[in-house]
Structures are given as C-alpha cells and as structure tokens.
Design a protein around this ligand. Structure first.
Ligand code: CTP
Length: 414
C-alpha cells in the first residue's frame, strides 16, 4: 500500500467533458496537466463549449479526435458513444455548468456529453463553474445534492473574482492542478482506501479561527482550510463517518461529510467535544493562540484616548484538551505543527507537550507557499519515527494520511 511515489495517472484513461463556460479555457491546461502525468485523455465537448474553445485546439492538446456530435458517423464508426462512456477509468466534467449539472441530475441525453454521462458505469468527477448567483440558486443546490447522492465527486468551485466585471463569490472553477489532484484522489481512493475506514468515526478540525476585537474586527491567520477539508473528504471516501469542524473559510462543504462552521477557538472546542467519541481525530486547524480579553461591545473608535490597548489571553488548546481527555480520548489523536524553523525538533516537542500520537509537521515559512497554497511538504512524526514525504498536493497528503490511519486502526483492532 505504498502510495508515496506512485504516479497514479500513468496509463489511466480520462474522458474529459468540456461544458460551455468561460472557464473552458482552463480545461485546455487541464488536458496538458493530465497528459504530462501519463494519462490518456479523450475529449467530448458540448455545443456551448465550442463557443469558448474550439475542438481543434482541444484535440491538438489531447492528441486525438474531439467528440462533439452524437450523430457524426465518423466518430460513431471510430468509437461509438457507448464505448466512449465505458472505455475509460474516470469521467471528468470541467467546467460543469449549471445547465450540464441540471441535465446530469435529471438524466437527460440529448447530446454527446449528456449521453455519455448517462451511459457511463465509471466514476464521475465534476468541477462546477458558474456565476455565484447561479451556484447558490435553489435549483443548482438541489441538482448538486442529487449528484452527490448519486456518488459523483465534486471539486470546487472556489471563491474569487468572476469573469463578469464587479462580480465576486463562490463559482470559479477549481484550478487545473486542483482538478488533477481530485482525479488522482478519486482513482487512488477506489483502489486503495475504499472501505478501509468503514464503521469508523472521524473528527477533523480545519481553517483559521476568528477572535473578535469588536463587532466588526477580529484577529485571524492565513489558513485556507484546504488541508483539513482534503483530509475530511479522503476519510469520508474511505468510508468513515466524518465530522469536520471548521473556522471561517471559503470552501464548499465536502460531500458526505458533516460540516460544522464556527468562528472562534472556544466555539471550535465546544463543537469538537460534542463530536466525541471518535476513532480518530485530526487537528488541522490553525487555531488562534490568543483572543482579546474583553472585546468591545461596540465598534472601537479612534479618538483622543490614543491607540487602543488590546489585552490578549490564551485560548484553550483544543488538541491538548482532547489528547489528555480521560474518558473520551480517541484511540488515535493527530496534531499538525506549523513551524518556521527547526521543524522536526519543534514537532517532537509539540508531540510530548500536547500528548498526541502523531504530528504532521510542515514548514510554513512564507517562502514555502504552503499556507493558502495547494501543495504541502510534511514530516509525519510519531513517538518513534519521522517520515518525510515529498512535496505533494494537499489531496495526496490527505490520502496518504488516511492510508496510514486505516492501517494503524486495523492493526490496533487485531
Ligand atoms: N491547536 C489547537 N488549539 C490551539 C492551538 C493549536 O488545537 N489553541 C492544535 C492545532 O490544530 C495543531 C497543533 O495544535 O494541530 C499545533 O498547532 P501550532 O499552531 O503549530 O502550535 P501551537 O500550539 O500554537 O504552538 P506554537 O504557536 O508555540 O508553535
């Protein structure tokens, strides 16, 4: 079960369906990224997609014919749409527009893209992209819930600026490398971890916490929540019943995970304690160490009194509280260590100080780009070993951690 340096995409066949959205241009890069990892990519496009990118450019990058027409005798002769749907390891829809998701949820089959999606017996991953209002519309929420219930994996969308001027919110398609990571996680999850945590309960914390200064200001940090969300998703994909307690982040709820959103460290602790008992708890949140002793009841004003003095007091240590809890301590307690120097030495000290079983240590000095970024370089520090993993995307780190957790819990149960 060694996944450390495997190239999960070598020789894999991916069918990419490009929907009609402005994000379609990113799908050309996605084809390139998948191919450079050794995947074979076939492409189908909707009519609308061809308004944004041409079949010629997609075909040139994919190195093959692009499927655009259900009734084209040449492609039907070459490889029929049913074979196109089956002769693949994974179907990726990127961008998945609101319309395409609606068609998928409703089981329509009136063009090559929707027909293939209805005919396939392979796993499907969608990367939604649309205007934030369309994304939050009740119809899209219904369709998304249906797709998730049907076992379809979802990556993104992310928050940010939209193509339309002045529009911002959740709706941007995930970046090509995030989609590649989700493709890998989906393919690997099926082979190696499916069911490995079934019957287990997991708890994950993620994101920053916000500690109020007054009703409008707060103390926070740069954590994006991506690593914790990826761990929750990977644990759920491995069959665990997962609760994710997260501080404020702009990430969509991972499918099949119970997500509890909180603001402050004290709220996070309360929700974590409520979620116990669990078999494994992973503390990936970047909890604020301090909070303001007496946050202002009203907005603090500039004035004659000079700059305000903020008295800080220490927040409860959630990881240490759970690791030292007598009655409900989970059998496996895993902390993270964000360090800017002496990473392993500090991680070892943290392991002892907090009483946890493992520490996933990472170097978060600004030059590494780990905080808020998509990749991570971690060292898995246990009581008697240190394992340094190569620089990998956060989904792969999550997946590998889940493999380790599953093996450890299974061994402990013997
Ligand atoms: N942690 C926690 N509650 C806190 C502080 C940290 O649960 N109040 C957890 C984090 O989720 C992480 C681990 O403790 O799993 C280590 O966090 P880190 O910020 O690296 O360490 P600190 O305890 O804050 O120590 P220091 O700032 O001295 O490095």
């Amino acid at each position: 079960m060694n996944t450390s340096d495997a190239n999960h995409l070598q020789g894999k066949r991916i069918l990419l369906i490009i929907g009609g959205g402005i994000a379609a241009y990113k799908s050309l890069d996605l084809i390139r990224r998948l191919r450079e990892r050794g995947a074979e990519v076939r492409v189908a496009m909707t009519q609308a997609a061809q308004e944004f990118v041409t079949p010629l450019s997609a075909g040139a990058i994919a190195g093959g014919h692009v499927y655009v027409d259900l009734f084209d005798w040449r492609t039907e002769f070459d490889i029929g749409h049913i074979r196109l749907a089956r002769d693949t390891d994974l179907v990726v829809v990127a961008p998945a527009t609101a319309d395409l998701m609606a068609k998928m949820a409703g089981g329509h089959a009136d063009d090559v893209a929707s027909t293939v999606l209805l005919a396939t017996d392979k796993p499907v991953l969608v990367a939604p992209a649309m205007n934030p209002h369309m994304w939050s519309n009740a119809a899209t929420r219904r369709n998304l819930a249906q797709l998730v219930a049907d076992g379809i994996a979802v990556v993104g969308p992310n928050a940010g600026e939209m193509a339309e001027q002045g529009e911002a919110g959740v709706g941007r398609m995930a970046e090509p490398l995030e989609i590649v990571a989700a493709v890998e996680a989906r393919l690997v999850a099926r082979h190696e971890t499916a069911g490995s945590l079934s019957g287990r309960r997991g708890l994950v914390t993620a994101g920053p916490t916000h500690e109020p200064i007054d009703p409008v200001r707060y103390i926070a940090n740069r954590s994006s929540g991506k690593q914790g969300f990826a761990i929750a998703l990977a644990a759920a994909a491995a069959g665990a019943d997962v609760t994710l307690v997260t501080g404020p982040v702009s990430l969509a709820d991972p499918p099949a995970v119970t997500v509890i959103r909180v603001e402050s460290a004290r709220e996070m602790l309360a929700e974590v304690e409520r979620a116990l008992p669990v078999d494994v708890a992973v503390f990936a949140a970047a909890v604020a160490d301090w909070r303001v002793a007496e946050p202002g009841a009203q907005k603090l004003k500039k004035g004659a009194g000079g700059t305000p003095k903020l008295d800080l007091i220490e927040n409860p240590d959630i990881l240490a509280t759970v690791a030292r809890c007598r009655s409900k301590r989970p059998p496996l307690v895993i902390g993270f260590a964000a360090e800017t120097e002496h990473v392993i030495k500090n991680a070892r000290a943290k392991l002892d100080r907090k009483g946890c079983d493992w520490i996933v240590a990472n170097d978060v000095s600004p030059a590494t780009g780990i905080i808020g970024g998509d990749r991570n370089s971690v060292h898995l520090v246990t009581r008697d070993s240190v394992e340094s993993w190569p620089n990998e995307d956060k989904q792969t780190v999550a997946h590998k951690l889940i493999v380790r957790i599953a093996v450890t819990l299974a061994a402990a149960a013997k």
